[in-house]
Design a protein around this ligand. Structure first.
Ligand code: SF4
Ligand code: SF4
Length: 296
């Protein structure tokens, strides 16, 4: 079971839910791995306090011109989809921070005038904590290519019973990279107009990706009923509601896990997981029925 915890905007409680779900399942004896894919601002480690065992660089191969071979034809600039190369007055200029390392310029250069050199974008660290295998990525300051580091985090995934991905917030490329091959997505929101707006965007994204999903509402007893009414209208299950509890805020500010500081929430997260696995099972059955119908 590979589940991504995502939200249309930051600060909704996504990390609280990802880390407490992971810890609750590990406490129950499941093999769990948590991937913190929010590589621009990873913070699962603040709560889980993993013991880091290894670290590796994430690099992208960027082109370097062998000037003696280059004729200044400009083909490399034409084929680069990311505007990472310009050829001005026969001289090749490369903008490394825009280069995605796709290799097209090298492939199409008629003079074989490129070599590739690695450029570090960030690091991936692996470790363990409280029975959870832990991986997170850290994008270097000023870098733009977070999807490459997210991909590096995902490559470090093992084969646990349950893989939980804490996605970056929003609905742009880094989020797609994090959630695209998840079997289920839990969308975290708050019952406010902003929360609803960003939830609608996130729902559009997971529907486009055709991934089964459900909603978790954090601070569910503040704001208004619009999120619940939206979910009802759209036939979206709400599998978790966490109240605006001062005890949670205090635990959060101390960097403590909710289910350890307030054990009564263990059952809340257990019930959420049961609903998620039921919905996932239903989605698998529907998919299987679709396949059977197509084959017959
Ligand atoms: S395609 Fe090759 S030869 Fe042409 S400008 Fe680029 S590096 Fe130079
Ligand atoms: S490797 Fe790809 S992205 Fe980078 S400069 Fe070449 S064509 Fe552009």
């Amino acid at each position: 079971m590979k589940i991504a915890i995502a939200s249309g905007k930051g600060g909704t409680g996504k990390t609280t839910i990802a880390t407490n779900l992971a810890l609750g399942l590990a406490d129950k004896g499941k093999t769990v791995q948590l991937l913190d894919c929010d590589v621009e601002e990873p913070n699962c480690h603040i709560f889980l306090k993993p013991e880091i065992e290894s670290s590796s660089a994430v690099t992208v191969p960027i082109p370097r011109v062998i000037e003696e071979k280059c004729t200044g034809c400009g083909i490399c600039a034409d084929v680069c989809e990311f505007s990472a190369i310009a050829v001005i007055k026969g001289k090749v200029l490369i903008f490394p921070e825009l280069c995605h390392g796709c290799g097209a310029c090298k492939l199409f250069c008629p003079e074989d005038a490129f070599i590739e050199v690695p450029r570090e974008l960030g690091i991936v660290e692996e470790g363990k904590t409280n029975g959870i295998r832990f991986v997170h990525g850290l994008l270097n300051i000023g870098e733009l290519m977070s999807p490459a580091v997210i991909s590096g985090v995902k490559k470090a995934a093992g084969d646990p019973e349950i893989l939980i991905l804490d996605s970056p917030p929003g609905t742009s490329c880094p989020v797609i990279e994090a959630v695209k091959d998840a079997e289920f997505v839990l969308l975290v929101t708050e019952p406010t107009p902003f929360g609803l707006n960003d939830l609608e965007l996130a729902v559009g994204m997971v529907r486009e990706l055709n991934i089964p999903f459900a909603v978790a509402i954090n601070r569910s007893d503040v704001g208004n009923e619009d999120v619940k009414e939206y979910c009802k209208r759209e036939g979206i299950e709400i599998v978790l509601e966490i109240p605006d509890d001062r005890g949670i805020a205090e635990a959060y500010s101390r960097g403590e896990m909710v289910i350890h500081a307030l054990p009564e929430y263990q059952k809340t997260f257990e019930a959420c997981w049961t609903k998620i696995t039921d919905l996932h099972e239903d989605a698998l059955q529907v998919e299987q029925q679709g396949k059977t119908a197509t084959e017959s």
